[in-house]
Design a protein around this ligand. Structure first.
Ligand code: NAD
Length: 361
């Protein structure tokens, strides 16, 4: 049977609390399938700063490179708020993304039927929402050259950022879009601003060309302003969305509110040889150390790891199903509990989901 090496980087705050639950779920999958998971821990973020003086400990990158996938918690917290910019905890995550060429960020937003009322939107709008936003992560406006501020003698100034994409960059993210749509409901919406931006004209041209290789996936195009409205007006019309860096940054956060709580949102960063999987949430200093964080985002990230890095689709489905069953059973952590209900702690929620995963085999 296969052996998979997983680099585990819990980071700081509740990262240290939710990642162990995701590991226990993967161990249950290992027991069920016979696959062997080898977990090796690395230091990143504030934990790495404390131990080594740098946000990415020596050896962590090599560990990631030598693994089949990376399970990441979260980094940062008030303790490291005053360290110099280049030393900040998130530099550790950014360095890993850059070094491993993780150019595609996948963020599913699913509205669980029993949590519909946790969403700020009306039940009839969000019910049935199950979409994926794929954001290009390493190009576009955030990285384009030239960039900078020109100061004028009269006291005025002019600042520049540049949105630039090569056809190669668009092609590779488009391919991820089509491949992911294939694993879902085979509908891809490419989001751009073709009526204004020449970058979007190239984007649309390349996505359309790549689409000819995927006749089984229905492709449509949407303007970003229209998409922003449609996400809160009729989110159920979407399956998979692919878009450039800035648009994706904004749309993926907008889509996040459809799911109700930060504690429910997983993510994946793909591209190079090794994928990175992490909950969307941060280190939650307000609840860290209390054992009450919701481990579901981390556990669903482990399910994405199975699906996208190890191609264990059925096992990923089992984990997703186990989470659904536990929620159907009425179990909730504090962030999603109804007023008056007794909330489950992190470990207790992990126990319930592990037991449900075991029952699926
Ligand atoms: P946050 O996501 O940590 O917390 C926002 C709110 O959501 C808090 O009230 C928190 O208690 C709640 N929350 C988040 N995850 C939860 C969970 N699993 N269960 C229950 N409640 C949960 O965002 P923030 O407060 O803006 O940031 C805190 C720290 O995390 C900062 O240092 C920030 O830089 C860092 N951060 C890191 C990442 C990352 O590592 N990828 C992402 C975002 C923020």
């Amino acid at each position: 049977m296969a052996t998979y090496r997983i680099a585990v980087l819990p980071g700081d705050g509740i990262g240290q609390e939710v990642i162990p639950e995701a590991i226990r779920v993967l161990e249950a999958v290992g027991k069920g399938t016979g696959a062997a998971f080898e977990f090796e821990r690395g230091l990143v973020g504030g934990a790495a700063i404390d131990a080594t003086g740098a946000p990415l400990a020596p050896g962590t990158l090599e560990l990631c490179r030598a693994s089949h996938a990376i399970l990441f918690g979260a980094v940062g917290g008030p303790k490291w708020d005053d360290v110099p910019h280049e030393q900040r905890p998130e530099r550790g995550l950014l360095a890993i993304r850059k070094e491993l060429d993780l150019y595609a960020n996948l963020r599913p937003a699913k509205c669980f039927p029993m949590l519909v009322d946790a969403s700020p939107l009306k039940r009839q709008v969000v019910e049935g929402t199950d979409l994926m936003v794929i954001r290009e992560l390493t190009g576009g406006l955030y990285f384009g050259e030239p960039r900078g501020v020109e100061r004028f003698a009269d006291g005025g100034a002019r600042a520049i950022n540049t949105m630039a994409y090569t056809s190669r960059e668009v092609e590779r993210i488009a391919r991820i879009g089509f491949e992911v749509a294939r694993k879902r409901r085979r509908r891809l919406t490419s989001v751009d601003k073709v009526n204004v931006l020449v970058v979007s004209q190239l984007w649309r041209e390349v996505v359309t060309r790549v689409g000819r290789e995927y006749p089984d996936v229905t492709l449509d195009h949407m303007l970003v302003d229209n998409c922003a409205m449609a996400l809160v007006h009729r989110p159920t019309q979407f399956d998979t969305i692919v878009t450039e860096n800035t648009f994706g940054d904004i749309l993926s956060d907008e889509a996040a509110i459809l799911a109700g709580s930060m504690g429910m949102l997983p993510s994946a960063s793909l591209g190079g040889a090794v994928g990175l999987f992490e909950p969307v949430h941060g280190t939650a200093p307000d609840i860290a150390g209390k054992g009450i964080a919701n481990p579901i985002a981390a556990i669903l990230s482990a399910a994405m790891l199975l699906r996208y890095s190890l191609n264990m689709t059925k096992d990923a489905d089992r984990v997703d199903q186990a989470v659904l069953r536990v929620l159907e059973g009425g179990h909730r952590t504090a962030d999603i509990a109804a007023a008056g209900a007794r909330p489950r702690g992190t470990r207790e929620m992990g126990d319930l989901i592990v037991r449900e995963v075991e029952r699926q085999y």
